[in-house]
Design a binder for this molecule. Structure first.
Ligand SMILES: [Zn+2]
Length: 95
């Protein structure tokens, strides 16, 4: 017996995908945005009071630009956008 895969909607292009196909960004209660990579070996980000957003890797690349990221993630300004892009590069060297 296997459970049906959990589905998530990409915040950028609105396509529905199995959750493991999408990058997850988590907004922590303090407003910081971090990636939660399903393929990463490190423990998943736990975020009981935050919100999370799913993106295709390609869509994240397009979405995480100044001006747009605030729209998608409802962050104030572009607080840690450079950190995010750094993290994304480490996880997805091909981008
Ligand atoms: Zn997408």
């Amino acid at each position: 017996m296997s459970k049906p895969p959990a589905l998530r909607c990409c915040q950028a292009c609105r396509k529905i995908e199995p959750k493991k196909e999408l990058l997850r960004l988590v907004r922590l209660p303090d407003g910081e945005i971090v990636f939660d990579d399903p393929m990463a070996e490190k423990p998943r980000v736990k975020c009981p009071n935050g919100r999370s957003y799913s993106f295709h890797r390609e869509c994240a690349k397009k979405a995480l630009v100044p001006g747009k990221v605030a729209h998608f993630l409802k962050v104030e300004g572009n607080r840690n956008l450079e950190d995010l892009l750094d993290q994304m590069k480490k996880m997805s060297p091909s981008l």
